[in-house]
Design a protein. Structure first.
Lengths: 142, 215
């Protein structure tokens, strides 16, 4: 099954080209230049990895990250930003971002991070499932 | 000939202002480089597909080239603005075309304005010559724009007009609660320019006086 990636960036041209390249490599890509709409998609749609810009009109990438990590902690977020401030990067990682990449990023590196993020999400979901099963076994005394 | 008078007038806020403008420009350049990088990568992808026998679509190549050209042009304009900004302190006091200085300030604030969802446009009009301190003028325009961006989203039309004392810049529209910049640093800056910034009928009006050539 192909990995589901949500791209969020206010530069529409950038979204178009990056989407096309990722789709060419077999990823299932959805893109949005509207952070509010993207947040709703991330909450409700099947998504494995979000590639997120840090600076967007209407909503800061950090705010986006905080909100989605509270709602869906298993979702993996990679920040891809031209705003190269170290403190923002540290803040993002503390909030649960898997990685922070600077624009212009090497496409191969980005693909490798998406692969890693998708694998991490799978591990987290398996762990969550195992905990649930263990909880049921314990409760019912099986 | 450079003097430290402008920097002394601005105080620590001057460095913060200079840094903020440079950070905005570097962000814009990185975005353009990212666009160029991805479009070049897309063309490599298309070439690789063509080598494997997939027909090459000239339209997709042309589209990628057009995007690259557009972002080279955009990055060049941003660098042009940075260059003009960097040279503002070179001559501390000289005649300027006020409209050009306002256009430069708007270009340097383009990214910040987009983040704040404020649409800035320069209203049509003629040039206004003004003898002033260009770097301090840019800092005063930054103060006014900062007040407008902080007030919230909206569309702001910026007009330049001559006045009996020199010239004025009127920022009309935008969020109604935009307040003129106040505080010791803003007051010192405006005083050094012989300027006043007031709210006038829902607009911010920056009134600027000609400064004598010698001081």
């Amino acid at each position: 099954m192909s990995k589901k990636v949500l791209l969020v960036d206010d530069e529409k041209d950038f979204l178009d080209v990056l989407s096309e390249r990722m789709k060419g490599r077999g990823l299932d890509v959805t893109a949005s230049s509207d952070p509010g709409q993207a947040l709703e998609m991330a909450r409700t749609a099947p998504v494995d990895v979000i590639v997120l810009d840090l600076k967007m009109p209407g909503m800061d990438g950090i705010e986006f990250l905080r909100t989605i990590k509270q709602a869906r902690p298993e979702l993996q977020v990679i920040l891809l930003t031209g705003h190269a401030s170290v403190d923002k990067g540290i803040q993002a990682v503390r909030l649960g971002a898997l990685d922070v990449l600077e624009k212009p990023a090497n496409f191969g590196t980005l693909m490798e991070r998406i692969e890693r993020a998708s694998a991490k999400k799978l591990v987290l979901l398996e762990k969550h499932d195992q905990e649930k099963i263990q909880e049921i076994i314990t409760q019912r005394g099986w | 000939m450079t003097t430290d008078l402008d920097w002394r007038t601005l105080g620590p806020a001057g460095l913060e202002y200079f840094g903020r403008m440079c950070a905005g420009v570097s962000h814009e350049l990185k975005n353009s480089l990212a666009m160029i990088n991805e479009n070049a990568g897309l063309m490599q992808d298309l070439a690789a597909l063509a080598q494997r026998g997939q027909p090459l679509e000239p339209q997709r190549l042309a589209q990628g080239m057009e995007r690259i050209a557009r972002h080279v042009e955009r990055a060049n304009a941003v660098l042009g603005s940075l260059n003009r900004f960097a040279h503002l302190p070179d001559v501390p006091r000289r005649p300027v075309e006020l409209r050009e200085e306002v256009a430069l300030a708007l270009a340097l604030h383009r990214r910040q304005a987009a983040q704040a969802q404020v649409e800035l446009t320069l209203a049509p009009g003629g040039d206004v010559s003004l003898s002033t301190r260009p770097f301090l003028l840019a800092a005063a325009l930054d103060l006014c724009l900062g007040a407008l961006l902080a007030a919230g989203p909206g569309a702001v039309a910026v007009a330049v007009a001559p006045s009996a004392a020199g010239g004025e810049v009127v920022f009309a529209g935008g969020a109604p609660q935009a307040a003129p910049p106040r505080g010791p640093e803003a007051d010192a800056l405006l005083a050094a320019l012989g300027a006043q910034c007031v709210q006038d009928g829902g607009a911010l009006r920056l009134a600027l006086a000609h400064l004598p050539a010698t001081y």
